[in-house]
Design a protein around this ligand. Structure first.
Ligand SMILES: Cc1ncc(COP(=O)(O)O)c(C=O)c1O
Length: 451
């Protein structure tokens, strides 16, 4: 490890002057802040010179093209010199319009109009406002303000998005929520709080949504929001039937169906939008992260003409909506993903990765369930295969930490350890990820007397 004066002072300045969100202070003190100095392809190197294989796309799942992409960097540079930015409430730029036109081609069905924002939470806020203003202006539901979300959902950090969020580490900090939000069950692969079978539980969750709309008064319910594949406890892929039933219910009660594709959109799960896989056409899709492959912040809210054009004016604005450099980056990202066929490749890669994970650790005594799709997978751990009991101690976190020590970046998420590699990851890099996964599970379980 190369500890120099400058790495020491960077670490000290980080500890003295930076706030570390969602990270326990004890962990920052114990492991030190991870300060990254450079990256290339799927590898990222910290200030001590240690290089990691990044199976988490920059920890947020955003860096879908890896590091150091010359084409994206050049596109941003050229646009910054030409016209870097205009306030898009009044003005527009060519790359933004081009991007909107391309998204209309890629999005399912009639979703053809986009508003760009600066990230995921802003996209969710925008979707809520669009849904409410549409309900009022169309005359369908002049007083609707309620939003129905799902247990365990994560939709972002701003107050509206957070009010639709049910995520344990932050749940207690947010009350009082924005009024009018309520929650229904969400499909869970492997285990749920009621001990139901997976299919039976999906039926319950869909019925719960219908019952909740009735309870809240359909005339007051503006929208429903859900992540098509939920991140809670790791890459929860439900059945097509569940989403199709949710679509039917939203249509029946004129509830705007918002599908939050902030993680899944623009290729992560082997489709431009994973709604396609589930055979649904949402009323609104939110997208961010992979849209610019993390090269610059940008989010998008995509909807049908009928919704976008229902009101004389959409009353909502953000200073950096439709930023020209971000749009240029996104256009370059779409060029690369299209040209290199990365979306269909992601689907095939996902099958390869699933199979390899199952072969390597599927029979391990602490591995309960392996699931995922495309470039997003999770291994759900259990302390007892017969009862599916969760680990009450830090075993799951210890496995993710061990992987980092062995040079592969993954994330512990509830009962699972998750991987979400860039779409550019190669098969031999997948093999490294799987082999480090296996070593880490073997080591941690042996140390703890679990195998
Ligand atoms: C499904 C989902 N929605 C919304 C958000 C919020 O996005 P952002 O962090 O860009 O505000 C996230 C972020 O992880 C997300 O995963």
């Amino acid at each position: 490890v190369n500890v120099t004066e400058s790495t020491n002072s960077l670490t000290k300045n980080a500890l003295d002057h930076c706030i570390f969100p969602m990270t326990f202070k004890d962990d920052v003190q114990k492991y030190g802040p991870m300060i990254m100095a450079s990256g290339s392809g799927c590898h990222v190197t910290d200030i001590h010179g240690k290089t990691y294989l990044d199976a988490m796309s920059s920890s947020s799942r955003a860096s879908s093209l890896g590091y150091g992409n010359e084409e994206v960097a050049q596109a941003m540079y050229r646009q910054a010199k030409k016209v870097h930015y205009v306030g898009s409430a009044a003005w527009m730029t060519e790359p933004m319009i081009k991007l909107a036109e391309r998204i209309a081609e890629l999005a399912p069905g009639k979703l053809s109009k986009t508003m760009f924002v600066s990230g995921g939470s802003e996209a969710v806020e925008t979707a809520f406002k669009l849904a409410k203003q549409y309900q009022h202006a169309s005359g369908k539901k002049p007083n609707a303000y309620k939003i129905i979300s799902r247990w365990n959902a994560f939709h972002g950090a701003t107050m509206g998005a957070l009010s639709a969020t049910d995520w344990l580490p932050i749940r207690e900090t947010i009350d009082p929520r924005v009024p009018g939000y309520s929650f229904v069950g969400n499909p869970m692969a492997y285990r749920n709080s009621f001990g139901m079978g997976v299919e039976e539980y999906e039926v319950f969750c869909a019925n719960h949504l219908e019952r909740q709309i009735q309870l809240e008064n359909p005339k007051l319910v503006a929208a429903f929001i859900g992540e098509p594949i939920m991140q809670s406890n790791g890459a929860q892929v439900p059945s097509k039937g569940y989403w199709q039933r949710v679509r039917e219910i939203c249509t029946k009660y004129d509830v705007v169906m918002i599908v939050d594709e902030i993680i899944t959109g623009i290729g992560r799960c082997g489709h431009w939008f994973v709604s396609e896989h589930f055979g649904i056409e949402p009323d609104i899709i939110t997208s961010a992260k992979a849209l610019t492959a993390g090269y610059i912040p940008m989010g998008a809210v995509i909807t049908r003409e009928e919704i976008a054009d229902a009101m004389p004016m959409f009353r909502h604005i953000h200073t950096f909506s439709g930023h020209a450099v971000a749009a240029a980056a996104a256009n370059a990202v779409l060029d690369i993903k299209e040209r290199e066929g990365l979306i269909p490749k992601a689907l095939a890669n996902g099958e390869y990765l699933q199979k390899a994970l199952k072969q390597a650790i599927g029979d391990h005594p602490i591995v309960g369930h392996i699931r995922g799709m495309g470039h997003w997978h999770a291994v759900d751990f259990t302390s007892n295969k017969a009862t599916k009991a969760v680990f009450e101690d830090d075993t799951v976190k210890a496995i993710a930490t061990r992987m980092v020590e062995h040079g592969v970046l993954s994330t512990a998420i509830g009962t699972s350890v998750e991987i979400a590699p860039p779409l550019t990851m190669t098969q031999s890099e997948f093999d490294t990820v799987v082999s480090v996964y296996k070593t880490s599970v073997d080591e941690v379980s042996a140390e703890r007397g679990l195998a």
